[in-house]
Write a protein that binds this ligand. Structure first.
Ligand code: CA
Length: 238
């Protein structure tokens, strides 16, 4: 028998905490709650959590600092919850290393989907081991690595080799923020020193091919001043 998945919800707002706890328990997870950053740090030290859902605006120690400390000493997956008033790009820049970001108010289905995606990724070997995965399905988008094909629903999308590489890299780890340098290195394999305008052009072309509205990208989001991240869009909202 496998033990149930244990999630720590670090959230000082009792209403939000209650909703999140309810959603996660309904999925069969064991849920604990920390009311401030200090409590969250103490508990992740001594309890075997599989995931930390972390509010940014926490008393005692804020979410930025909690994320930094947790990621500095463990592989515990972290999903950051950010309030509407907080600029998500700034949050992402300051919590680089978090596994995903969710803005409040959040959609219930989306929260559950993101939690499952992060847990799935953590279980399939974590962020550091190369994935043997040959096919990924993200919302309406399907990618096949062996044939290097991509589909949007039933329609095949024609991608160049580099376009496919970038999309594959991003889609493998939804939510993760990639700096431009990291992406260039992934796709060119070595210490590519070329200018990052190449990447900008590639991403623009990719968006024209896969985004319903390239001016308002749903899949490949820009993180200003940092890079890009892929967002898994729930199929129902596509
Ligand atoms: Ca808060």
């Amino acid at each position: 028998m496998t033990r149930p998945i244990q999630v720590l919800v670090a959230e000082d707002d009792p209403k939000i905490a209650k909703v999140v706890e309810h959603l996660l328990r309904r999925e069969g997870y064991q849920v604990a709650r920390a009311r401030d950053g200090r409590e969250a740090l103490t508990r992740v030290e001594v309890e075997p959590f599989d995931l930390l859902l972390l509010d940014i605006g926490l008393p005692e120690v804020d979410g930025f600092e909690v994320c930094r400390r947790v990621k500095a000493r463990s592989d515990l997956p972290v999903i950051v919850l950010s309030a509407r008033g907080e600029e998500l790009d700034r949050v992402m820049g300051l919590t680089l290393g978090a596994d995903d970001y969710i803005a409040k108010p959040f959609n219930s289905a989306e929260l559950v989907l993101r939690v499952k995606a992060v847990l799935r990724r953590a279980r399939s070997g974590g962020a550091d081991s190369p994935s043997e995965l040959q096919r990924v399905q993200r919302g309406n988008l399907t990618l096949d690595r062996s044939s290097r094909q991509a589909w949007l629903g039933e329609r095949e999308v024609s991608l160049t080799g580099k376009e496919f590489d970038i999309l594959w890299t991003l889609a493998q780890r939804p939510g993760q923020v990639w700096t431009r340098e990291q992406l260039l290195q992934q796709v060119w394999d070595t210490d590519y020193m070329g200018d990052s305008s190449t990447l900008t052009v590639l991403v623009r072309r990719l968006r024209e091919k896969i985004e319903p509205d390239p001016a308002e990208p749903q899949y490949i989001r820009t993180v200003y001043g940092v890079g890009y991240r892929f967002v898994e869009v729930p199929p129902s909202s596509v």
